[in-house]
Design a protein around this ligand. Structure first.
Ligand code: ADP
Ligand code: ASP
Ligand code: MG
Length: 412
């Protein structure tokens, strides 16, 4: 008998019919003799709708209240799924995250899981019940409800699998697995049989929203192998696991893009030691994450600094930048909402040269201008105009032959 954690995403529990299908699937696994713990997301676009409601009432709602609001979506699907399983003659019980002791820090809307008291779940599992837990949420030390950031149910599932030492962790979604690129953007995208934690972590943090990136950090830390698969059929999906010693790892495993960031440029800041620290101190105190940073070569004694942040942080950031501008005597701050970050990812890059050149060449041939660049051992990212992002992803997918079965050989 195995203990299996299954997570179902929003589309997979999007309506009554789908909830019934998911229930049948769970009952089958249970009747095969397994223990099952289920993590669910909110139905369909519920979370977006809740956010929309809040914005109609208050443009800058308190994040604590956003968490109170957003966490309700998962409670609906959890209860309905428990009822659906019950009606098939199998006992099920639903809980929200706080009830089963999912303890987080207090960073509302992007809280981090600190600990999970697995006892309450296990107690119910031992009674033979299917346990349904709401994804995406927990409670902080003062019993405030917190949420884990968009896509956070993936992280709930992996963290629960780790805490319960589950035998399997399955993520059911609306595509067949992890692809070489978003299959909705690139027609020739191919499903990967397996992908390493490191590559998946990069892809996820760079925009491939099939898995929340924090879920992969958890999986890597606790050695949880993940199976990403379709909730619509029984086919095998993609295994995310520790990197196997692949002799012929492809140079590029996948291409992804992210249009959820904005570029901020602070112009005419004095070019002297301590200025960058001053600029970023206030931003970090506000718990706003910065992604790419570049400092341009300035004129005379001043310079320009550009960086990217999540669009969702932009309103708060603008207030902070007003005071930063004063305190460092900068000339001006500009904001560009229409950027797209396009990235190629692959462990094979470690041992190949000329990959950056090829990427830039491909974009140049398409007349796509590169605004910022950042690299690591296993990825290269560039910022381009937002409306060129899909074209760039497609061009790179083709150029690195990800649509083909053969492995791309770096040749110059
Ligand atoms: P869920 O609601 O099940 O959590 P999400 O919408 O969060 O599903 O994630 C699944 C979506 O991720 C897919 O519908 C697909 O469009 C998108 N996606 C982006 N990049 C990839 C990729 N490389 N492989 C698979 N899906 C991807
Ligand atoms: N419902 C949440 C969201 O839409 C969490 C999730 O789906 O994983 O972001
Ligand atoms: Mg998701």
């Amino acid at each position: 008998m195995a203990l299996i954690v299954k997570k179902f995403g929003g589309t997979s529990v999007g309506d009554v019919e789908r909830i019934k299908n998911v229930a049948e699937r769970i009952v089958r696994t249970k009747k095969d003799g397994n223990d099952v713990v289920v993590v669910v997301s909110a139905m369909g676009k519920t979370t977006d709708q809740l956010i929309g409601l809040a914005k109609q009432i208050n443009q800058r709602p308190k994040e604590r209240e956003m968490d109170m609001l957003m966490s309700t979506g998962e409670q609906i699907s959890a209860a309905l799924l428990a009822m659906a399983i019950d009606s098939l003659g199998v006992e099920a019980i639903s809980f929200n995250g706080p009830q089963v002791g999912i303890l987080t820090d207090s960073s509302h809307t992007k809280a981090k899981i600190l600990d999970i008291e697995g006892d309450r779940i296990l107690e119910q599992v031992r009674k033979g019940r299917v346990v349904i837990v709401t994804g995406f949420q927990g409670r902080d030390e003062k019993d405030n409800i917190t949420t884990l950031g968009r896509g956070g149910s993936d992280t709930s599932a992996v963290a629960i699998a780790a805490a319960l030492k589950a035998d399997q962790c399955e993520i059911y979604t609306d595509v067949d697995g992890v692809f070489t690129a978003d299959p909705r953007v690139v027609k020739g995208a191919r499903k990967l049989d397996k992908i390493s934690f490191d590559e998946m972590l990069e892809l996820a943090s760079l925009g491939a929203k099939v898995m929340q990136s924090r879920s992969i950090e958890f999986a890597k830390k606790f050695g949880v192998t993940i199976h990403v698969r379709s909730s619509f059929h029984d086919g095998v999906g993609t295994i995310i696991a520790e990197e196997a010693n692949e002799m012929e790892a492809p140079v590029v495993r996948g291409v992804t893009s992210n249009i959820d960031e904005a570029k901020v440029t602070i112009l005419g800041v004095p070019d002297r030691p301590g200025i960058a620290a001053e600029v970023f101190k206030k931003i970090s105190e506000a718990n706003i994450n910065i992604d790419m940073i570049i400092q341009n070569v300035g004129e005379k004694d001043t310079t320009d600094i550009s960086f990217t942040v999540d669009k969702s942080d932009l309103d708060r950031l603008k207030d902070i930048m007003d005071s930063v501008k004063e305190s460092v005597s900068a000339k001006r701050v500009t904001y560009d909402n229409e950027i797209g970050k396009v990235s190629i990812v692959g462990v094979g890059m470690k041992s190949h040269s000329g990959i950056a050149y090829k990427m830039f060449r491909v974009l140049a041939d398409k007349k796509i201008n590169i605004q910022m660049i950042s690299t690591s051992e296993i990825k290269i990212s560039v910022v381009v105009e937002e409306n060129k992002a899909d074209e760039a992803v497609n061009a790179l997918h083709t150029a690195f032959e990800l649509d083909k079965d053969v492995i791309y050989e770096a040749k110059l």
